[in-house]
Design a binder for this molecule. Structure first.
Ligand code: HEC
Ligand code: HEC
Length: 333
C-alpha cells in the first residue's frame, strides 16, 4: 500500500518522467537544468548583438560581455569588476549563466527581473557610464539596427525598453543543461565518480542544500552570510538591508547559483575566496558551524565541479558599423 507521501512522489516522478525521461530527479533537492524553451528568436538575435556591443558604453569599449564574459562562465573572474575609466567596482560580478532562474537580480535583489536589471549597467557611471538617451542615440544612428528593431518590435523608434527586453530575452538562452550531475539526476548512474557522489551526499547531509537547492543550486532565496560565525570583510555592501532598510536584512545576500561554479571564481560578494576549497571551508564553518576535513572538502569540491554544464554556443555576432551620425566614443575622462 502507498502512503500519501509516496503517492505524491510517484505522481511527481511521472511528471518528471514526462519531461526528462527519468524518475530519479523528483526525490532530490536539486533538479536538472532544462534546455532553453519558449524564447522569441528574433529578440534573442538582436539581444545577442546588444550584449556584445561596446557602443552601449560611454567609452565605446565596455560591453555586457566585458564583465560577464561568455567564454569564462559569464563572469570576469576578478574580485570586483573594472568599470569606466578603470574604476574599481564595489562588488563581485555574478554569472549571467542561468540568471533567468534567479528569484530576483543582483546580490541584494534590487532588480525584479532580467529586463529591469539590464538598464542598470548601461547608465551606471561606475560601469558602462552611458545614459539611456545616449545608448538610444547611438543605436538610432545605425540604420541596420533601426531596421532590425523595427522588424523585431514593429516600431519606428528605438527605445530603451526594447533594448532591455531584447537583452533579457537573449539572457534567457544562457542556460547550461547536461552537466554530469544532471545526467546522474536523470538516471545515468555512471555519470558521477564515487568521490563526486560522496561529495553530493556530504553536501546534502551537512545542510548545504538548505540554501543551495532547486535547479540552479541557489539563486532562489536571500540568506545571511555568517549564520553561525560572522563574516569578516572590508567590503561595505550591506546586502538586502540596502534595499529594505531593515536591520534584520543586514548581510543577507542572494544565495549564488553553484552551477558552473568551477568557472566563476573568485567567490562571495566581495570576491575574497579565490578557490573552491576556501569557499567550501568558509561556508562549512560560517553557515553550518562545521569544520570539514581536507578529504571531506575535496569530495564536496569534486561534486561542485560536476555541476559544469554545456556552455552557451553560437556564432560571434557581427555588429553593424557606426555611421557619420554616430556619437563618437569617449574612452577617457
Ligand atoms: C563593469 C562591469 C559590468 C558590466 C559592463 C555589466 N555588468 Fe552586470 N553585473 C556586474 C556586477 C558587479 C554585478 C553585481 C552588482 C550587484 O549585485 O550589486 C552585475 C550583476 C548583473 C546581473 C545579476 C546577476 C545575479 O545573479 O544577480 C545580471 C543579469 C547582469 N549583471 C547582466 C548584465 C548585462 C545584461 C549587462 C549589459 C547591459 C551588464 N550586466 C553589464 C558587472 C557588470
Ligand atoms: C544559510 C544558507 C547557506 C548555507 C547553509 C550554505 N550556503 Fe553557500 N552561500 C550562501 C550565501 C548567502 C552565499 C553568498 C555569500 C556572500 O557572497 O557573501 C553563499 C556562497 C557560496 C559559494 C560561493 C559561490 C559564489 O559564486 O560566490 C559556495 C561555493 C557555496 N556557498 C557553497 C556552499 C557549501 C558547500 C555549503 C555547505 C557546506 C553551503 N554553501 C552552505 C548561503 C548558504
Amino acid at each position: 500500500m502507498k502512503t500519501k507521501a509516496t503517492f505524491v512522489r510517484s505522481l511527481l516522478a511521472v511528471a518528471v518522467t514526462g519531461v526528462f525521461g527519468s524518475a530519479l530527479a523528483a526525490d532530490e533537492p536539486i533538479q536538472p537544468i532544462r534546455p532553453v524553451q519558449q524564447v522569441n528568436l528574433a529578440q534573442v538575435e538582436l539581444g545577442k548583438k546588444l550584449y556584445f556591443d561596446p557602443r552601449l558604453s560611454k567609452s565605446g569599449f565596455i560591453s555586457c560581455n566585458s564583465c560577464h564574459n561568455l567564454s569564462t562562465g559569464g563572469t570576469d573572474n576578478l574580485k570586483t569588476s573594472i568599470g569606466h575609466n578603470w574604476q574599481q567596482g564595489p562588488i563581485n560580478a555574478p554569472t549571467v549563466l542561468n540568471s533567468s532562474l534567479n528569484v530576483a537580480q543582483f546580490w541584494d535583489g534590487r532588480a525584479v527581473d532580467l529586463k529591469a536589471q539590464a538598464g542598470g549597467p548601461i547608465a551606471n557611471p561606475g560601469e558602462m557610464a552611458a545614459s539611456h538617451t545616449l545608448a538610444v542615440e547611438v543605436l538610432s544612428s545605425i540604420p541596420e539596427y533601426v531596421i532590425e528593431f523595427k522588424q523585431v518590435f514593429g516600431q519606428d523608434k528605438v527605445t530603451i525598453d526594447e533594448v532591455t527586453q531584447a537583452i533579457a530575452e537573449f539572457e534567457k538562452t544562457l542556460v547550461t543543461p547536461n552537466s554530469r550531475f544532471d545526467k546522474w539526476l536523470l538516471g545515468d548512474k555512471d555519470a558521477l565518480t564515487a568521490t563526486e557522489l560522496a561529495g553530493y551526499n556530504l553536501f546534502k547531509t551537512s545542510g548545504c542544500v538548505a540554501c543551495h537547492n532547486g535547479s540552479a543550486v541557489g539563486g532562489n532565496s536571500f540568506q545571511k552570510m555568517g549564520v553561525v560565525t560572522p563574516y569578516k570583510t572590508t567590503n561595505t555592501a550591506e546586502g538586502m538591508a540596502g534595499v529594505t532598510g531593515k536591520d534584520a536584512d543586514r548581510f543577507k545576500f542572494k544565495v549564488p547559483t553553484l552551477r558552473n561554479v568551477e568557472m566563476t571564481y573568485p567567490y562571495f560578494h566581495d570576491g575574497a575566496a579565490q578557490t573552491l576549497t576556501e569557499a567550501v571551508d568558509i561556508m562549512g564553518r560560517l553557515q553550518l558551524g562545521k569544520k570539514f576535513t581536507a578529504e571531506e572538502n575535496a569530495k564536496i569540491v569534486a561534486f561542485l565541479k560536476a555541476l559544469t554544464g554545456d556552455q552557451p554556443s553560437f556564432l560571434m555576432p557581427i555588429l553593424p558599423p557606426s555611421t557619420d551620425k554616430t556619437p563618437p566614443p569617449k574612452p577617457f575622462g
